[in-house]
Design a protein around this ligand. Sequence first.
Ligand code: MN
Length: 325
Amino acid sequence: MEKSFNPPVALLDFIKRHDKFIITGHEEPDADCIGSQLALASLLRRLDKTVLLRSAGPFRKTEIISYKNLFSSEISAEDRADAAVIIIDCSNPSRTGCLCDGLKGLPLGIIDHHAAGNAVNADCAYIEPASPSSTVLVFSLFKSLSVKINEDEARLLFLGLCTDTGFFRHIDSGGGEIFRIAAELADAGASPKETFYKISGGKTLNSRLLLGTVLCHTEAHINGKLLISTETMAETEKYGVENRDSDALYQLLSQIENVEAVVVVRQSAANKCAIGMRSRDSVNVSKIAAVFGGGGHKNAAGAHTEGNVNSLKQAVISEFNKIMP
Ligand SMILES: [Mn+2]
């Protein structure tokens, strides 16, 4: 089914009504969050608006580090004067981290593609869970406001789209509209080749060595349907926590035949562990995470809990045994 995205009139009015905007997104930003913030800032500046870019950071992911200096993590009284706020890629101001207090009481617009959790008291909201990225929603704003996308904007919008779709791997049949948008961005100056390298290249050797170490700990249980791995504090320290590449780890493990769920138990302190879980299709890992005091989504969940990697590994395996025949 074709789907095109159209911003609500209330958001277009909100943009027309205000002259000064603070644009922000969630803490621990990814390239969709940063790409959509920057592209929206560029759009609003071309409409002669004043724009302040804010992010709580940290800018960990290699593909966004080069944009770090365009953002500040503080909001002054002067910044607040006559300003309206647009939050992108999340629906709740609490997700903006340390910026949350500084945004209080200002007119608020939301642009997000996650299903809305708690209803937020916003002046306008463009929440479209069918959109694969926030940059697609910003793309639709360019269209509605009749602003031609320039080369820099095309690159930013494409970067967010590629990030959130796993370079188009998560798009199912019927997703032709997304490719029409991608085609338009490529024609406007975005390079799929360079974007792929930006997202998947630039890794450190230590990140691959840590990945290899954790892969070597992987055990198969329940006829190979559950894969579980561990990371000790000594290993984290040896290679550096900044070199952890969880996305790559989950991706490699979920490509193994018959696998339905993937779990990584990491020792985060002397008697504390972080448990991360991913599943394909029907296995609901958020239920397992809840047993350990955590939560999340059906196919991606996690928990922080007391214990050590070996005892928690056994506890996790027995929980999966209960739900996986
Ligand atoms: Mn996103």
